[in-house]
Design a protein around this ligand. Structure first.
Ligand SMILES: *Cc1c(COP(=O)(O)O)cnc(C)c1O
Length: 411
């Protein structure tokens, strides 16, 4: 089928949840994707931070083929070779010794919320009323299932599905006094992204994260870091929290974990683990042998190829190229990010720019309406960064952002 017939077929049979770009991808190699007509695209988005080793990495293909020959699924009623192996690796890089596997980011958030509530109940068992409330941040994004949606601080995602899970309050982003005020005796957990991803590549301040740590530590409640986007090497360290010198009680991971296969996890402190006992939580698919074997190969490859150093080095270079663009183009308000998690805040909505970049063979996306987001593979080279920056430079030079009036007319 060609692009036009796929578009037509989809529109007849799919529930319309996606507003896709009109591109039909057929294969990938390194940091490039190829469409049905053989046209090449430089990928600065990696399937939203998933394909951290790009496409067709030999170590991933080896692990995939080997495990596919042996065993795809057994359920969590039985043992297989790879959950402990992968959990050991995750524990070593995070300092958090206990792991539960899921299929996705949003399910990792669900598991983290349930574990925090179960832990509060365990502690409150001696007559006290258990703490139950979760503090989350405004402008956050934690996923689309009902629990994750309830802690997502953006009206556009929440409102169509109200009423959501009760027992959640939102704290203003980086506002220490708001956090202090809302952190009362009902709170069992504080949930935050050290760097908000979907919310526009916004970094927490050291003061705010330290305060969240201090308040939860003192009350023996739970600090949850959502590192589904920022974790596993994206920022040039294994986890963004490691830039801050703060150790959370639970960390959620997913996106790049199994190099393109669906896999997520929560990593937790020892004392939290006993709040779950057999039967309290579980999943049919989560932590299957194929995804876990490939994830182990992913973590080994990041280590063997010393990609954390590389993410830092190329990330700094990319950021400096974007800052040069900022000096030149008044439509760039700010450049933000760490490692290869970068954002360019524009003065106007960036949707048309993303479309024009795609037509020039460059893949990026625009989040939060006005923030161009870059999440390239960890293997991206300086030369590819130059190519992307040059395309962006040319596009920005002749970019005429839509005015409010034009937008209204179009709508
Ligand atoms: C993508 C993302 C999620 C949701 O993950 P899914 O796998 O899409 O369910 C949650 N939190 C953050 C920070 C994310 O970037």
């Amino acid at each position: 089928m060609n692009l036009a017939s796929v578009v037509r077929a989809e529109s007849a049979v799919l529930i319309p949840t996606y507003d896709r770009h009109r591109v039909l991808f057929r294969r990938g190699r390194g940091c490039y994707l190829f469409d049905a007509r053989g046209r090449r695209y430089l990928d600065m988005l990696s399937g939203i931070g998933v394909n951290a080793l790009g496409y067709g990495h030999p170590a991933i293909l080896r692990a995939l083929h080997k495990q596919a020959d042996h065993l795809l699924h057994v359920s969590n009623l039985f043992f297989h070779d790879y959950q402990a192996l992968l959990a050991q690796k995750l524990a070593r890089i995070s300092g958090l010794p206990r792991v539960f596997f899921t299929n996705s980011g949003t399910e990792a958030i669900e598991a983290a919320l349930k574990l925090a509530r179960a832990y509060a109940r365990l502690r409150g068992a001696n007559g006290r009323r258990p703490r139950y409330r979760v503090l989350a941040l405004e402008n956050s994004f934690h996923g689309r299932t009902f629990g994750a949606l309830a802690v997502t601080g953006q009206a556009k995602y929440r409102e169509p599905f109200a009423p959501l899970m009760p027992g959640v309050r939102f704290v203003r982003f980086n506002d220490c006094s708001d956090l202090r005020r809302k952190f009362d005796g009902s709170v069992c957990a504080v949930l935050l992204e050290p760097i908000q991803g979907e919310g526009g590549i916004r970094l927490l301040t050291r003061e705010f994260l330290s305060l969240a740590r201090k308040l939860t530590e003192r009350s023996n409640t739970v600090l949850i870091a959502d590192e589904i986007q920022s974790g596993l090497g994206r920022t040039g360290r294994w986890f963004a929290f490691q830039h801050y010198g703060v150790q959370p009680d639970i960390v959620t991971v997913a996106k790049p974990l199994a190099a393109g296969l669906p896999l997520g996890a929560i990593l937790a402190r020892e004392r939290l683990a006993r709040a779950f006992s057999p039967g309290l939580h579980g999943t049919t698919f989560g932590g299957g042998p194929l995804a876990c074997a490939v994830a182990a190969a992913f973590l080994e490859t990041v280590e063997n190829e010393q990609l954390l150093e590389r993410v830092r080095e190329v990330g700094n270079y990319f950021k400096s190229r974007l800052e040069k663009l900022q000096q030149k183009h008044a439509v760039i308000r700010e450049v933000r990010g760490l490692g290869l998690m970068l954002g360019v805040e524009l003065t106007h909505p960036g949707k048309t720019l993303v479309r024009q970049a795609l037509a020039q063979g460059l893949i990026l996306n625009c989040t939060h309406d006005t923030v161009l987001r870059f999440l390239p593979p960890y293997l991206v080279t300086r030369k590819q960064v130059d190519q992307a920056s040059d395309i962006l430079d040319r596009l920005l030079t002749r970019w005429r952002p839509e005015t409010k009036k034009q937008r209204r007319l179009r709508a």
